[in-house]
Design a binder for this molecule. Sequence first.
Ligand SMILES: [Zn+2]
Ligand SMILES: [Zn+2]
Length: 368
Amino acid sequence: MFPRINRMSFFVAKVGDGLCTGMRYRYSHHFAQCDWGGSNQKVAFYSYARLFKYIVNCVCNTSPKEFLLSHYHSDHYKGLVKASRLSQSKIQALNWEPEMIYLPGMPIIDKREEFYLTLFTMNMFILGDLTGSIELDLFKLIRKMRTKSPTFKYRFLYQGDTFDLAGEKHIVLWPPRRILNDDLTESITKTIDDFNRLKEENEQLKKIYHQIKNSNVVDDLIKQASQEHEKINELSDLIEKNDGVYIEENYELSQNKDTNISELNKKLINIANHLSLAFYKESDLLFMGDVSPQVIPKIIEILQSSNALIYDSIITPHHGTYWDDSLKNLRANYVLVSNGSKLSAGLHPDWYSVGTVISTHLHGDIKL
Ligand SMILES: [Zn+2]
Ligand SMILES: [Zn+2]
């Protein structure tokens, strides 16, 4: 492998089956944080204290300047949920106030409105709180964390976009602005059909569905996420406008045991992984979020055509459990895997042919 010139400082917290990372480049004076999750809220939350210590040891400016969320799965943002539930003085002491929030785009897919309506309804049904839209809920959590100034900037990222992270330019590999005639279409159609069938039999589900539909939250978000050009949004009145969408009752949930509901939820989880954010910085970092095995060859094709197959560090897709043979084209000094007792069993052995595998399950917090 090529010699490591130590251009990056990297921290991957041991959070079990989840992800919480921080990074910076050598000449930059600030850190970026990618995801803030873990196998449970407590573990996820406390990982930030170690990340923070690492940041303070490395630099100067204390709080991460950017926060990137790879996709809308709670094992990637549970720490933020826990933090936002602390008392105001504790939140203040945490000093977690990133100025820029990056989120995965919401691609044009077949039945996009109907799909997001289904997703939000199911989120609300299963999680039982907030608005049902994870994006909106996150904005609310982040706003609560910002004790100095409630406003912040955010941007939805799509394939081909470049964005500043930890003082360097990165390029988005996934999701694209449009995903049409893809395997996704079929699974989305099936999922919506399943959902509609369940909805007809379940009064609570029906009620939540109509509440979200009437609130226009899906249309509003899609409008924000569909800017044709790279656009940085200021926190708008979107949140205030949708404050009334909260649902009072807590549905958490005997229905979780309903096999039809949990089957449907599994399908939605797979689709959300399919829409996960992946990005790279040539020769330094390839970050693959939780992108599904069908997406991996599409990403490798782009990297091949850009001649960007060699990295210092790769964050493996879906905690090292996803694999496609096209990944054999990659080389890295370090293959970084954030995993716990559950997902460590699924670590794909071929990752060892890409580079030196370091996993949080075996090695604890990773500091590079
Ligand atoms: Zn995950
Ligand atoms: Zn995921």
